[in-house]
Design a protein around this ligand. Structure first.
Ligand code: HEM
Length: 198
């Protein structure tokens, strides 16, 4: 278990270091404030820019975009750890899996709460509202699937065998796939429905 924990820690550190190196490299290549590169900037009127938060719930809701990465990353990590632990049957990874699952549940709570607060203060645009309803419903489904997986794993005291193992894996993999689809709807709300080609 220690070796797996060290592996997970090192993988996290390595990916952070890689991101830092890439960001520095891109900045070094492209650091000139090239006004000539800004070809197709759109002019944004004052009405299109959000004003200051109108109160505490608006302020807390605006933290949603900063929090959304956590459940996505935890879920993808969980799917990976559970694949190695429960599909490839590596005992050490199974023991780590329960902690990654707990982290996933914890990360979903503030993200869903800030999402609901943010939704209450979103501008009333019917196109955005349709995306919002789908985004919210899919994320509620993700939370439900993960809570069911958590309950199953706790009830079995982290010993998942036979059909229960299959049901548990189906819940985790479905939740991971679904959160990516839900996040895509979230992105469309922010960057526009045609931001990605599908
Ligand atoms: C719990 C899992 C959730 C995840 C992983 C998630 C993910 C995302 C993502 C990736 C974005 C785009 C953010 C950006 O690119 O800046 C977003 C935006 C948004 N999400 Fe969620 N979301 C979750 C739950 C919710 C819930 C339950 C609601 C409630 C309706 C919600 C409401 C919103 C709103 C209103 C936006 C637009 C934010 C803005 O324009 O400032 N989200 N979400």
């Amino acid at each position: 278990m220690r070796r797996v924990a060290i592996f997970v820690l090192l993988a996290g550190l390595a990916s952070s270091a890689l991101a830092l190196v890439l960001a520095t490299a891109v900045y070094a290549v492209d650091s000139a404030p090239a006004v000539e590169q800004i070809g197709d900037v759109q002019t944004v009127g004052p009405g299109e820019v959000e004003s200051k938060p109108s109160g505490l719930s608006d302020l807390v809701g605006r933290l949603h975009p900063a929090l959304v990465h956590f459940p996505i990353a935890w879920l993808v990590g969980l799917a990976l750890v559970d694949f190695v632990g429960l599909v490839l049957k590596r005992e050490e990874w199974q023991r780590v899996g329960i902690f990654v699952l707990a982290g996933t549940v914890l990360s979903l709570l503030p993200t869903a709460a800030t999402g609901l607060l943010r939704a209450a203060h979103m501008p009333a645009d019917p196109a955005v509202h349709a995306l919002l309803v789908t985004h919210r419903t899919l994320n509620f489904a993700v939370a439900g699937l993960i809570l069911a997986a958590f309950a199953l794993r706790l009830l079995r005291r982290n010993r998942l065998q036979g059909s229960r193992r299959i049901v548990y894996l189906a819940l985790v993999f479905a939740a991971t796939g679904l959160v990516l689809v839900a996040a895509d709807f979230g992105g469309r709300m922010v960057y526009g429905p045609d931001y990605l080609p599908w």
